[in-house]
Design a protein around this ligand. Sequence first.
Ligand code: NAP
Length: 242
Amino acid sequence: MKYALITGASRGLGKAAALRLAKDGFAVLINYQSNKEAAEDTLRQVQEAGGFGELMPFDVSDPQAVETAIEAWQAAHPDEYVSVLVNNAGIRKDNLMIFMQDSEWDSVLSTSLTGFFHVTRRLLKDMMTHRNGRIINMASLSGLKGLPGQTNYSAAKAALIGATKALAQEVAARKVTVNAIAPGFIATDMTKELNEDELKKLIPMGRFGKPEEVANLVSFLASDEAAYITGQVISINGGLYS
Ligand code: NAP
């Protein structure tokens, strides 16, 4: 089996990516932080579609939790390795900078950015040894253009883009690709309290994106066909900003 680990796969973009990669033939490792019921629903949908998957709960921002979970998986699968990693787990804690609390800054950075570091570092060696790997980082429009009220989130996603470009050059010779996806507004729990009617007026396509549309891009970047694409940031935003 080929294995893909998707962080934050209990809901939203991660769930759509897990379902799509399972359809593509990967056994999917469904990571989540606390929402077991939603993660079980992702797994059930994978299995109902004829795919293979397993749950792998851990907090991406906790290095010991990452180590324990991956160590246990590797012990149970000594001849296997994870060839596709989708660093998707992320949170928003929006606030204007003058009001921003330490906890709002730290939690956003430690999930999107430090979480990427913990999980990727742990899985990179196997990908390099096997000379095969795909690392796909879920950045954001916010990390490209900056959005007011999101200095923490914009900083985390911009840093993730920088890390994507640097790591891509480190591991290219080992046939491991590293790319970032920068979605605009996609309809998930993360965006459900936004004023969609107002915001969609700003989007040339006139609508929010669907998680499945982002999953199609994940699927392509994870495929053999994308072998020569690395260090890139690919926007998927209905024409909002490029
Ligand atoms: P979502 O619906 O809020 O889902 C977030 C997912 O991340 C959940 O599965 C959650 O698990 C998981 N998660 C959160 N913190 C975690 C942690 N510390 N460790 C492990 N898992 C954790 O969000 P989404 O809209 O799908 O967003 C997914 C990614 O896309 C994020 O990185 C986000 O920044 C990015 N993005 C989203 C949009 C958008 O418009 N939706 C746009 C640009 C970028 P639980 O269910 O256990 O809480």
